[in-house]
Write a protein that binds this ligand. Structure first.
Ligand code: ADP
Ligand code: ZN
Ligand code: MG
Length: 494
């Protein structure tokens, strides 16, 4: 199908290079509470529609909201994890607008006095570390979910599921510090990682517990002032975030290059057509007639409670990376890979505490384990090879009972069968051959079969030595002790 009208003029790379993108993200995360933010309804995902509702979250007249202390606690924990300054006092306001998914006619959200401000998140991107400012974090309630598809009469009617209405959200607003779609992607990953480590949210984009709106503008490189921004909504995956930004940046440049102006507006990412489309012109704060919600008390957080929350916060990714370098002697790179998720870091530490040598464990996990998990599509939590079992295998290799090459075979078999290293080593006869006489016999055989290489080696071509070692290892099915093989071959050839 031709969609000539929707196409934007392609921008030549050298033209694009004259512009600098400026990006700021607004991220909504659903806090991991058992009940909603202002009532006792369950937050369980996937329950039948409209079963988790009550007069408060349905906005019935006369009902009164009461703040869920756990939601506040998790938002405070997130604030501390993101180096935000928690305000002494914050307050809920009413953001007034009409939409069927908002039965009260207003959303309860923090406005002038947010929970926390002035934070930052450190980012490793493109081999450099960058600090991204976080403007604010505030609490708010989620709206209901409009369902436009999936019913026999969906062409005429929209259904509404109020289960989501009143779910506790933290909105985290970044400064316009991001300079490329890839950097925005890295920021969202780092943010997700911190929030997962801090255990404040599941951050599940498919289930909507992590949602992101992207604000983007472009300016000529060297300009001090920012350009006019647009906001793109409906970015429910990392890939769409990056794609939508790439598209939108190109659209801005192409409009500006053809002498046009960007109008400040809210746009929607159309997944099916891979383009953004105008949704509405930009609304301004005064459109919402914000005012303090008289039904809710101001929130004041004591220093002692904050200190208690700080103490109860699990170790965060940056601290864990540092500790993996200092305590376990890993490289910064390895520490980064092994702390990518809490579960992977936990796995590594479990191998180490079961006696696995840290560096070897790090390398086997990154190569053998991650590759196999990737192939089988399993998360590390469900690894058929338990940390203790891997430690057992590494101990066998370390002690010289099996060679590194056999170790890989044993690893594969352990992964498939769930058996221990010892069982597999004895069943497959993989125990390392230490017997010098037997190894010498294999070496002699290889040497006798390759007179040309022997001549080459003796003529000074040391490169062929490796091929002798390789052939002996092959003849022994990877079991010969490589050190002994080396010594004997040197002697035979010397
Ligand atoms: P609004 O008044 O539209 O709510 P804010 O100043 O509150 O705008 O910022 C909302 C988001 O947009 C923030 O994440 C911020 O970093 C980002 N932002 C602000 N100005 C720009 C700009 N010129 N270009 C890109 N992003 C911007
Ligand atoms: Zn309710
Ligand atoms: Mg704003």
């Amino acid at each position: 199908m031709a969609r000539a009208t929707s196409a934007i003029a392609r921008v030549a790379p050298e033209v694009a290079a004259a512009y600098e993108p400026v990006i700021g993200l607004e991220v909504h995360v659903q806090l991991k509470t058992a009940t909603k933010i202002f009532c006792a309804c369950s937050t369980r995902f996937g329950d039948p529609p409209n079963t988790n509702t009550c007069p408060v979250c349905l906005g019935l007249p006369g009902s009164l909201p009461v703040l869920n202390k756990r939601a506040l606690e998790l938002a405070l924990r997130a604030s501390l994890a993101l180096n935000l300054r928690v305000q002494q006092d914050s307050r809920f306001a009413r953001k007034n607008y009409f939409y069927p998914d908002l039965p009260k006619g207003y959303q309860i959200s923090m406005y002038e006095l947010p929970l926390a401000t002035h934070g930052r998140l450190e980012l490793e991107h493109d081999g450099a570390t960058k600090k991204i400012g976080i403007t604010r974090l505030h609490l708010e309630e989620d709206a209901a979910k409009n369902i436009h598809e999936g019913f026999p009469d969906s062409d005429r009617n929209t259904y509404i599921d109020y289960n989501r209405c009143g779910m506790p959200l933290a909105e985290i607003v970044s400064e316009p510090d991001l300079r490329s779609p890839a950097e925005a992607y890295a920021y969202l990953s780092a943010l997700k990682q911190v929030l997962e480590y801090a255990d404040v949210s599941d951050c599940n984009m498919e289930e909507g517990s992590l949602r992101c709106d992207a604000n983007v503008s472009v300016r000529r490189r060297g300009d001090q002032r920012f350009g006019t921004k647009t906001e793109v909504k409906n970015l429910n995956s990392f890939r769409y975030l990056q794609r939508a930004l790439e598209y939108e940046i190109e659209r801005h440049i192409s409009v500006l290059e053809s002498g046009g102006r960007i109008s400040q507006e809210t746009r929607l990412w159309n997944v099916a057509e891979s383009r953004s489309e105008s949704m509405r012109s930009k609304e301004f704060a005064h459109d919402y007639r914000y005012f303090p919600d008289p039904d809710l008390l101001p929130v004041s957080v004591s220093m002692s409670w904050l200190a208690e929350i700080q103490r109860g916060t699990p170790e965060l990714p940056a601290a864990r990376r540092r500790r993996f370098v200092q305590e376990h002697g890993l490289s910064a790179y390895d520490a980064g890979v092994l702390t990518a998720t809490r579960a992977l870091g936990d796995y590594f530490e479990a191998v180490v505490s079961a006696g696995g040598p840290p560096k070897t464990a790090a390398s086997w996990i990154q190569t053998e384990l991650l590759r196999r998990l990737n192939d089988s599509g399993q998360p590390v939590e469900a690894s058929p090879l338990a940390p203790k079992a891997l430690a057992g295998l590494l101990a066998q290799v370390e002690a010289g009972n099996i060679t590194g090459a056999s170790g890989k075979k044993v690893f594969a078999a352990m992964f498939e069968t769930g058996k221990s290293a010892e069982e597999i080593v004895s069943a497959q006869g993989l125990a390392q051959i230490q017997d010098t006489a037997e190894i010498e016999r294999m070496c002699r055989e290889v040497v006798e079969k390759n007179p040309e290489n022997v001549a080459k080696y003796r003529a000074g071509n040391e490169g062929v030595f490796k091929s002798f070692v390789g052939q002996v290892m092959k003849a022994s099915r990877g079991r010969a002790n490589p050190q002994i093989v080396n010594e004997i071959l040197k002697r035979l050839l010397g």
